[in-house]
Write a protein that binds this ligand. Sequence first.
Ligand SMILES: *Cc1c(COP(=O)(O)O)cnc(C)c1O
Length: 221
Amino acid sequence: MATVGDTVKRLLRDTPAHVTIMAAAKGAAPEQVREAVEAGIGVIGQNYFSEARRVRPHVPLPAEWHFIGRLRPHDIRVGNLRLFEAIQSIDSLDLARRVDAKCAAMDRAMPVFVEVNSGREPQKAGVYPEAAEALVREIATLSHVRVVGLMTMGPIGDSPNSYRPFFAETRQLYSHIRRLGIPGVTMRHLSMGTSESYETAIEEGATMVRLGATLFGTHHG
Ligand SMILES: *Cc1c(COP(=O)(O)O)cnc(C)c1O
């Protein structure tokens, strides 16, 4: 079996230079995360604050840690925010305000991605595409939160191609919001695509893909 380091090196070689590969590290052992960073990964994703708190001290290497899990209001505390350089799962003004308030107290600004529910699935996280521009405009008025991009999952599909329309619509939204030139907003990152769908995502304009199973061999349902 290929090691994590081998897989990372192969992916870095085969992926266009403008695309950042995030290691989505839920369930990965600290040694695996360390191996990924040593092989060239610069962004680690975590879904749970408890896991980040446990794993991050064992990965004392230069990397950005991004929160990609479901963000619950009571989790938005200084001790948790300190573990992350960015939050990719902001989907309401209420959550953005809570992050803003804590970051004001910490005297830092938090880069955030607005999560888009590109499949318009009622049970899933993310703002519907038609409401994303308004949300970005509202978040842009906050002083300690900076919108730097969009993130989407897309509905679980049965083939990489099934993701394409959802990634394409999110890409259009990303370009649209970028063209608006909203003060304080930079559309620098379009985070979409997982192990199953990252090649489609790159074809549709992703600048960041989030890979878990492919890197760590972890399986989750
Ligand atoms: C787990 C996870 C991923 C990675 O999915 P894989 O199928 O393991 O590549 C990407 N994004 C989010 C938000 C995740 O929770």
